[in-house]
Design a protein around this ligand. Structure first.
Ligand code: C5J
Length: 233
């Protein structure tokens, strides 16, 4: 089933999508990255840098759910026995707490732990997909690609954290597989303001080499256009 295509003013040019074949993808909005005491902080990051994404994401959730979009959340994390954790990832980063160590919110980045789960503000609701992934990209060693195929998805609206790591990896993986990706600039976050800016520029550069970039308000307005009277005010 298809519906009428919608357009979003975006960089480098308008993004056109059909809500019936578009998924909202929410990357790794987990306590381990967003809150003190988790993986992100153990690597020396200021986790407060990511909090600005929460309010715009809530509004995007409301619009996407009202429009009936497929919603897919991802969580980075590993099996409790660490059998899916390459030594290279375990040993990288000089972290104060390594993956699998016990932190204040449970074992760091381990599936099923409190800290590895999605923050309360953006909890998935019934009918939405939650994909656990051992890597940075959503496709590697997951059911993500199968879900997209089963649901007939061709376009992704990508949000989450962090912009230059898991968001970028996922967008690049998706782009190589033929998906059209729109990244919502205020719904993706980085611990590093300069990485945020450059990572977004890299997506839309060269005529949209990896995809499109737009603020969330433009996407929400495309999904639910304002009535003519109030739009004119
Ligand atoms: C990181 C992620 N930054 N979700 N993971 O290690 O971006």
């Amino acid at each position: 089933m298809t519906s009428a295509p919608l357009t979003v003013p975006a960089r480098p040019y308008e993004f056109t999508f059909d809500p019936a074949t578009t998924a909202l993808v929410v990357i790794d909005m987990q306590r381990d990255f967003m809150e003190p005491g988790g993986f992100g902080e153990s690597l020396g990051n200021d986790v407060s840098q990511l909090r600005s994404t929460i309010e715009p994401l809530k509004a995007v959730f409301a619009a996407a759910r009202a429009a009936g979009l497929t919603v897919i959340h991802t969580r980075e994390g590993h099996l409790p026995d660490l059998s899916d954790l390459p030594p290279a990832k375990l040993n990288r980063g000089n972290a104060s707490l390594k993956i699998g160590d016990l932190g204040p919110k449970g074992r760091i980045l381990i599936r099923g732990e409190y800290g590895q789960d999605i923050i309360d503000e953006l909890a998935p609701i019934e009918g939405e997909f939650v994909v656990d992934k051992p890597g940075k990209g959503a496709f590697y060693a997951t059911s993500f690609g199968d879900i997209l195929t089963e649901k007939g998805i061709t376009s992704l609206v990508v949000t989450g954290v962090t912009t230059e790591v898991c968001v970028h990896t996922t967008v690049r993986e998706a782009n190589d597989r033929g998906y059209e990706c729109l990244v919502l600039s205020d719904c993706v976050g980085s611990y590093f303001p300069e990485f945020q800016r450059v990572a977004l520029e890299m997506i839309a550069a060269q005529g949209g080499i990896f995809g499109w970039v737009a603020p969330s308000a433009a996407f929400i307005e495309a999904l639910a256009p304002l009535p003519a009277a109030s739009a004119a005010q």
